[in-house]
Ligand binder design. Sequence first.
Ligand code: 13P
Length: 260
Amino acid sequence: MNRKYRNTIIAANLKMNMLPSDIKPYAEALKPAAASHGKRCGIVVCPSFLLVPQAIKSFRDSRISVGAQNINQYESGAYTGEVSAPQLADLGVRYVIIGHSERRTLFGETDEAVNAKVHAALAANLRPIVCVGETLTQREMGVTGDVITLQVKSALAGVPAAKMRRIVIAYEPVWAIGTGLAATDEDAATVCREIRTLVRGLYGARIARAVSILYGGSMNEHNARGLLSQPDIDGGLIGSASLSPEALSAIIEIASHDYL
Ligand code: 13P
């Protein structure tokens, strides 16, 4: 990370876990770490939609922001079962994960849909956490760079430079998600550096220097230090480990150190 130019962010993706009644004790357990380190490290908790109102309530008096895990690309209308960006923003949600690999692979989300959702989030003043990442087959075929380039370029299509400081990019190699097998520090660092170079080509050096790029995929309190000490990795998007407030607190503590 490089705190001089960009914000450090630790984001918890709780996925489809926890009950509404679990959120309050989870928040209480997380607040001490946020109180100690929240100035140096942005903290975002992204629960299922149904848990969002309780999360907003429980984190209100803390430095922790609430995010969602998905949105529909339309503002309102006849889209049964969907949730819009303005609805979330009205509740006090600040971030939204967009294009997570589980949405791309399990729910058929295309690059075009990801791009439409990025625009919908920005229009509602939500900060998109845009996920990109290659599958194991793609890595083995040596096309990681091409896959990431296509995903980043399509996700950002039509996003003006002025809005880029609201965007967070998360590099999540699909093979590292939920497998316990995180990318090596070097592999994660290489792709995150390539993403920054790509943003530089699209938006120029100043914006590229300021964009926060997170790593996600089996990040935990044991491997966080190595990953977060890479210059182009500005934080983490944490799945399994974030279900434990103790583990997440330990990662927040690690992320609040200075490595460079
Ligand atoms: P895990 O930390 O469980 O690998 O999940 C990462 C992830 O998908 C975060 O969005």
